[in-house]
Design a protein around this ligand. Structure first.
Ligand code: D6G
Length: 847
């Protein structure tokens, strides 16, 4: 097929964030694509499936990475900088193909090459499974951080688990959530490379042997599982850096269960291999909730044990693997290694590091402790009590006896320090102990993490203050210098260039370059065009195109037609009571009642969308999904209502769906009870894409408001943290709010009386009674303010120019929320490493 002539649109594309399409690159891509179709997929064009094309394209793009990857790793060995290790049980990566092309600046070339071969890039992109190795914000944050660390040229590594099954696929039937396994590896993963040569043994169970001559007890008679690494390249944004995400998969050792007592039962011994390999089978599907199961504890230790051995191996070798004697001096460890614990999930790294240094390397306790503390730093992500990890001593004793022993020793020494500072203050010692006695003996992993780290940070300014004043107050009183704040951020590459290229191009055109993509604070300059009618029109046009694309998706997937002129009002995040999706539903029912009561009133049309997964065992969260879907059914089928109000549940919300939804939204719902959402990052993604926020003064919303030049450009409502606390103290009575507000009372009564579920009218009585009697997250107390804020939203949306101005002012104020800024802060204030803006040379040849 011959090349299509360049239209004006094509010419514009050439100065697009999607890269510049050069003729020689296009022919190179076509050649590589055909080579992979032939040699890697072993297919010809007559029999090739779309998936074959997808894989051929992935390998074509991957080829552009490998030279850079090898070169970057060589560069780290040559320069030997301090390395950063980000340990996380979750890396919510989503898709890789488009991100890789975007970061290498080759989207236009690939698009053109495929077009010339009669194929469509978008269709192939849709073939990719999401790598859903995370639940929500915590896992996606880890993924955004990897992008920023590579973009800032940090010698950084992600360490995690290669779960065979990621976060479950959510299916809605009969208005209810059902879970299906996420078999994301079923067609193979073109981005990973197995590295069997770096397999590492991990020990479990066993017992302690106390040597007669004294000294540290020995951990003996253990069961071994092998940790097999799979490496995924993490490209920086157009800087030729490619870092590594190393994910561990559990493998039974060759001799697993083939010991003497098993001789003669070879087949059963082979089948038993599954037991060991179950460790990396599945991601625990809970967000902000810890289940306390043995398999999860195994996962946590498996990650930590494999990663520490691996990073110590890397520390001990240098200059391409030759042992450099001076470097085996472990006292230099904190000069070369920073370990960031993403929540307490990998906090066994602290006793594991002590075990390695004391038991294996023969170091004194004090020296080992100093090195451990100087390497480790801990990020706290939540103050919700059900999310704070506490492991039963019984379980630890059984699974990791030496670690329990070390934790006791850490605690003893720490308690001595507390007693020294506050002699005789036994209640304080009780509060600060790593070992809790009631209701059963448990290890408080947050306390362990604080004691074993040199830095502890919250994830937004408000959250960092809250932890100092509440859950960790005693620790703050003791060592205030350890406590820091690092407000979360998002990568503008995925969350703008990739998901909203038209808006990115518009900004490039206005700012005259794309430098702002690695220095997002430059977005502030857009304020000068906030009154420019042409710019406002262009921003609205992009939003409308995105809305049309989403409307098309909604119609195709759910058969619901939505009006693109209506206000797209959206709350996407995990379903949790504290996030208050139920309050959003109360508003939807309120609107329904108002339209029914006054069909001719001039009501601003809205499309209310909620998306998110409920943890499979979280009954109330599932009820909330069920209620939303049932209300939606009534609303959407009522001709008196459905021209003004539509409700859509966005099934199976995940990274790739977020990329379609976020650019198309007008109003972002960030409505958690003040003091409960540590940061939020969805809030930032919406802001960057020109949505206006309705929200409480919670998490990073506070800083978003601070960044806005005009405070009216965000719809803030509801109680502040101190007001929530004061009302709790006074005694909160939700029933009085219910009785005092006829509109609220009517909405609650409809839920109680089964208005939306007449065939099963008792279905939501529990929701009603919980609301009016307990209402732990104070929805009824904030309802009036929320409705009033929603009314203000509608009034503003009725003026398109005013709304577009608000959108522009929000985009302009979103620069602080780049994860590049967050990572720069971690680098300077916790890790003591220097971001490097230099671009590595192109790798022409690799050694
Ligand atoms: C990645 C990239 C590859 C490198 C390998 C091992 O797979 O080029 O050789 O990592 O790196 P280290 O674990 O020795 O740093």
């Amino acid at each position: 097929m011959s090349a299509k002539p360049l239209s004006d649109e094509d010419k514009k594309k050439q100065i697009s964030v999607r890269g510049i399409a050069q003729v020689e690159d296009i022919s190179g891509i076509k050649e590589a694509f055909n080579r992979h179709l032939h040699y890697t997929q072993a297919k010809d064009r007559k029999v090739a499936t779309e998936r074959d094309y997808f894989f051929s394209l992935c390998y074509t793009v991957r080829e552009k990475l490998v030279g850079r990857w090898i070169r970057t790793q060589q560069h780290y060995y040559e320069k030997d900088p301090k390395r950063v290790y980000y340990l996380s049980l979750e890396f919510y990566m989503g898709r890789t193909l488009t991100n890789t092309m975007a970061n290498l600046g080759m989207q236009s070339q690939v698009d053109e090459a495929l077009y010339q071969m009669g194929l469509e890039l978008e269709t192939l992109e849709e073939k990719e499974e999401d790598a859903g190795l995370g639940n929500g914000g915590l896992g996606r944050l880890a993924a955004c951080f990897l992008d920023s660390m590579a973009t800032l040229g940090l010698a950084a590594y992600g360490y995690g688990i290669r779960y065979d099954y990621g976060i479950f696929t959510q299916k809605i039937f009969n208005d209810e959530q059902h879970e299906e396994t996420d078999d994301w590896l079923k067609f193979g993963n073109p981005w990973e490379i197995a590295r069997p040569e770096y397999q590492i043994p991990v020990h479990f169970y066993g017992k302690l042997h106390y040597p007669k001559e004294g000294g540290a007890p020995q951990w003996v008679d253990t069961e071994v599982v092998m940790a097999m690494p799979y490496d995924t390249p993490i490209p920086g944004f157009r800087n030729n850096y490619v870092n590594t995400l190393r994910l561990w998969s559990a493998k039974a050792p060759t001799a697993f269960h083939l010991s003497s007592f098993n001789v003669g039962d070879y087949l059963n011994a082979v089948c038993d291999r599954n037991l060991a390999e179950n460790i990396s089978r599945v991601l625990y599907p809970n967000d902000n909730f810890i289940e306390g199961k043995e398999l999860r504890l195994k996962q946590e230790y498996f990650l930590v044990a494999a990663s520490l051995q691996d990073l110590l191996r890397r520390f001990k070798v240098s200059k391409f693997g030759t042992l450099d004697k001076s470097r085996v001096d472990l006292s230099k460890l904190p000069d070369k290694v920073a370990i960031q614990l993403n929540d307490t999930h990998p906090s066994l790294a602290i006793p594991e590091m002590m075990r390695i240094l004391v038991d294996i390397e023969g170091m004194s306790w004090d020296d080992a402790w100093s090195l451990t503390q100087r390497c480790m730093a801990y990020t706290n992500h939540t103050v919700l009590p059900e999310a704070l990890e506490r492991w039963s001593v019984k379980m630890l004793e059984f699974l990791l006896p030496r670690h329990l022993n070390i934790i006791y020793e850490i605690n003893q020494r720490f308690m001595d320090k507390v007693a020294q500072k506050w002699p005789g203050d036994f209640p304080r010692m009780g509060r600060m102990s790593i070992v809790e006695e009631l209701p059963e003996k448990r290890i408080n992993m947050a306390h362990l993490s604080i004691v074993g780290s040199h830095a502890i940070n919250g994830v937004a300014a408000l959250h960092s203050e809250i932890i100092k004043e509440t859950v960790f107050k005693d620790f703050f009183d003791m060592e205030p210098e350890k406590f820091q704040n690092k407000t979360n951020g998002i990568t503008p590459r995925r969350w703008l260039v990739l998901c909203n290229p038209s808006l990115a191009d518009l900004i490039v055109e206005k700012l005259g370059s794309d430098d702002w993509l690695t220095d997002l604070s430059q977005l502030r300059k857009l304020e000068q065009w906030a009154e420019d009618p042409q710019f406002l029109m262009a921003v609205s046009r992009v939003k409308n195109e995105n809305k049309q694309r989403l409307a098309h998706y909604i119609e195709k997937e759910y058969g619901i037609k939505v009006d693109c002129h209506s206000l797209f009002d959206c709350q996407v995040k995990r379903i949790h009571e504290y996030k208050r999706q139920l309050m959003n539903i109360l508003h939807a029912i309120t609107l329904y009642n108002r339209i029914k009561a006054n069909p001719n009133a001039n009501i601003v049309p809205r499309t209310i969308m909620i998306g998110g997964k409920a943890a499979p065992g979280y009954w109330t969260a599932k009820q909330i999904i069920n209620l939303f879907c049932r209300v939606a059914r009534v609303v959407n089928s009522d001709p008196m209502v459905n021209t003004k109000l539509k409700m859509v549940f966005l099934e199976n919300y995940r990274v790739s769906l977020a990329e379609k939804v976020i650019p198309a939204v007008d109003l972002s719902e960030q409505i958690s009870t003040a003091g409960t959402e540590a940061s939020g990052t969805g809030n930032m993604k919406f802001m960057l894409n020109g949505a206006v926020t309705i929200g409480t003064l919670d998490g990073a919303n506070v800083e978003m408001l601070e960044e806005l030049t005009n405070k009216e450009d965000m719809f803030i409502f509801g109680m502040k943290v101190n007001e929530v606390e004061a009302l709790k103290k006074k005694g909160y009575n939700p029933y009085s709010f219910y009785q005092a507000d006829p509109e609220l009372k009517c909405v609650c009564d409809m839920i109680r009386d089964g208005y939306f579920n007449r065939e099963n009218p008792d279905l939501f009585k529990g929701i009603y009674s919980n609301l009016v009697n307990h209402d732990h997250y104070m929805l009824l107390a904030d309802y009036k303010a929320y409705i009033a804020a929603q009314d203000r939203v509608a009034r503003h949306y009725a003026s398109p120019t005013r709304w577009a101005q608000m959108a522009v002012m929000n985009i302009a104020a979103s620069g602080k929320f780049s994860s590049d800024r967050t990572i720069t802060d971690y680098a300077q204030e916790i890790w003591d490493v220097k971001p490097c803006k230099d671009i590595l040379p192109e790798p022409h040849q690799t050694k």
